[in-house]
Design a protein around this ligand. Structure first.
Ligand code: ARG
Length: 618
């Protein structure tokens, strides 16, 4: 299957407007609004004598009711804003791109040619969704771009610790990381998604000694994650009562680090079974990984090499036999890099791991999706790589990126605190299921309520998590996130289901003709309310929403877009209705249906980008 970049290159839209110069970094084949913005830029460039690129950069989305707005002071031209504006206004004549321009203080508001904008956008949505990618299972590439062509990124996320609890921090990393994976892919990057398990460290010495006492093969096979956690809790209690337990555990871990096979074989089984269990849970979340790796996989050699190099650079200090790295000069404190008994630690493994990854994958960028609680850790470890003089680790390259996020309070189920990922998944499904049962009539009409409840429940969790800026803390609230009212996941699924139902309810209009044969100008007719136009314009802005997300690494912009679209659709529902039109208005009905199908395609794309599976019925 060809990549999105390749497909975009080969795409020839069936609808075209007079040709315009191509402004660098724009791509009308991927985002037709680029072409309309270019028309504005050309007018500004001709009338004000500024380069077209500069003019283009001054064209912003307008506030509600305006398409694009230009803040004139931005060009720093001599003269008063209204004299400058007059030059533009004098030169303006309505054409195939632009309908009008209005001066408002120092701003010029441009309105696009409605018919052409609607036709251009809807044709593009349709062709990039349904015509270009030939396979019926392919969701299409509208919204995609080629910004990352030829570049490779490693995105490390989720990264839970074996035998410890899967906490909300891991859940957020999983949700945000999976979103970033989709985002980079849709921007043409070659993405390697990676789960870096906490599968190494002294705690495995503890579990090993606990396993001798409490281990049970059957329980392990039934649910490795839970069994190992239980043992870990037990043995920690034992260790509190008897200091000897810790000494033994440390000795055991030392044997593991020295590669003693007899100390490693149980651990290998635990790890494999834990991964298997995680994989099935990730699958329910619509998340997957190209690579499962972990702290255990960082080789001793690369750690030793790194430490030797740091020593050479004079960055290592000795402290009672342990080794410290002094980063005080950079306000990053001091950190232990090797314990007294010679075993490695978290920080050192990250340093060695990054070097190995570069050698293996030659990435252009590597992203770590880790809670802001580890800001210092990430800053230390990036600094160390920089000091070691790796070219790829120099800050100017911007290739190492820590994507952090805030805390979540109060994540619990009705049975108590959450310790495992599957508890979150099943609680979401259960709470949603009960919610659905409250409306008996509707509930009975649902074909597979369990699956629907689970998908909608997971959507609720994800949307709540991604609705605000990553760095914000929030409080986990089942009722709020799973309500059908307000800006919630269930509301978005409902909006999609409603659009999907149009296909089932209008068989007499199907199949629709291709856009070139539809009277889409009927959607722009002045007597129709502006709702249809608003929806089309919003759909046209989706590729920009994706681009912005790539810059900010924030899912919230995509969530906001999905809500705006869902609201626009719901306020159009009566004014731009399909069902109220009779047979004599078939052309209008078809045009409206086409608009809603396009809206559905884009809403589905936005949801998929957010790792959500859009539902057709619920
Ligand atoms: N396993 C770690 C934890 O649970 C997170 C790992 C983050 N990634 C990294 N390369 N340090 O805290």
């Amino acid at each position: 299957m060809a990549s999105a970049s390749e497909l975009l290159k080969s795409y020839q839209p069936s609808f075209s407007l007079p040709s315009l110069p191509i402004v660098p970094d724009t791509n009308p084949r991927a985002c037709v609004l680029d072409q309309f913005r270019t028309a504005i830029a050309q007018l500004l460039s001709d009338s004000l004598g500024i380069p077209i690129e500069q003019a283009y950069n001054g064209v912003d989305y307008g506030k509600k009711g305006e398409d694009f707005t230009v803040a004139l002071p931005r060009f720093r031209l001599p003269g008063k804003p209204d004299q400058i504006a007059q030059k533009v206004i004098e030169k303006f004549t309505p054409d195939e791109y632009l309908e009008s321009v209005v001066l408002d203080k120092a701003f010029l508001h441009f309105r696009l040619n409605s018919s052409n904008m609607i036709r251009a956008v809807l044709t593009q949505v349709h062709e990039l969704t349904h015509v270009l990618p030939k396979s019926s299972t392919d969701p299409g590439i509208y919204g995609s771009n080629s910004l990352g062509e030829g570049k490779r990124v490693i995105i490390e996320y989720s990264s839970p610790n074996i035998a410890k609890s899967f906490h909300v921090g891991h859940l957020r990393s999983t949700i945000i990381g999976a979103f970033l994976t989709n985002l980079y892919k849709s921007c043409g990057w070659d993405v390697i998604s990676m789960n870096y398990l906490g599968d190494w460290g002294t705690q495995f010495g503890l579990i090993a000694s606990g396993y001798e006492k409490y281990g049970n093969q059957e329980a392990l096979e039934a649910d490795a994650i839970k069994h190992l956690f239980d043992i870990y809790v037990q043995v920690n209690k034992d260790a509190e009562a008897d200091p000897e337990v810790k000494v033994q555990a440390a000795a055991w871990f030392k044997r593991m680090e020295d590669g003693d096979e007899s100390a490693l074989s149980n651990w290998r089984t635990w790890r494999a079974l834990s991964i298997k269990k995680y994989e099935s849970e990730y699958k329910r979340l619509n998340v997957d990984f190209d690579v499962y790796t972990g702290e255990s996989e960082v080789s001793k050699e690369s750690i030793d090499k790194a430490l030797a190099r740091l020593d050479e650079l004079g960055l290592i200090e000795d402290s009672n036999g342990a080794k410290l790295i002094n980063l005080e000069k950079y306000k990053l404190g001091k950190a232990v890099v090797r314990k007294k008994d010679g075993t490695s630690i978290y920080l050192t493994r990250d340093i060695g791991g990054a070097i190995e990854r570069y050698e293996k994958y030659k990435f252009d960028k590597m992203i770590y999706v880790v809670s802001s609680q580890q800001d210092l850790h990430l800053a230390q470890f990036f600094k160390v790589l920089e000091l070691m003089d790796y070219e790829w680790a120099q800050p100017a390259k911007q290739s190492l990126l820590h994507i952090n996020y805030g805390l979540v309070q109060g994540m619990s189920t009705r049975k108590g605190t959450v310790v495992f990922l599957n508890q979150i998944i099943s609680e979401a499904a259960n709470v949603m299921h009960e919610q659905m049962q409250k409306n008996e009539e509707k509930y009975n009409a649902v074909i597979d309520p369990e699956t629907v409840a689970s998908e909608v429940g997971i959507t609720g969790v994800k949307i709540q998590d991604m609705a605000a800026k990553r760095i914000n803390n929030y409080t986990f609230n089942w009722d709020r996130m799973l309500s059908f009212e307000g800006d919630t996941g269930p509301y978005l699924q409902y909006a999609h289901v409603r659009l999907a139902s149009l296909e089932r309810k209008n068989p007499h209009l199907l199949p629709l003709a291709p856009p070139s044969e539809l009277k889409l100008e009927l959607l722009a007719a002045p007597h129709t309310s502006s709702q249809a136009r608003d929806i089309a314009f919003l759909l046209g802005s989706y590729p920009d929403v994706v681009k912005t997300a790539l810059k900010t690494h924030e899912p919230s912009g995509v969530v906001t877009f999905a809500f705006r679209l869902a609201h626009a659709i719901s306020s159009a529902w009566d004014a731009v209705s399909v069902k109220s039109l009779g047979e004599e208005e078939r052309e209008k009905a078809s045009a409206r249906l086409f608009l809603y199908f396009s809206a559905r395609d884009v809403l589905a794309s936005a949801l998929r980008l957010l790792t959500i599976r859009p539902l057709d019925r619920m």
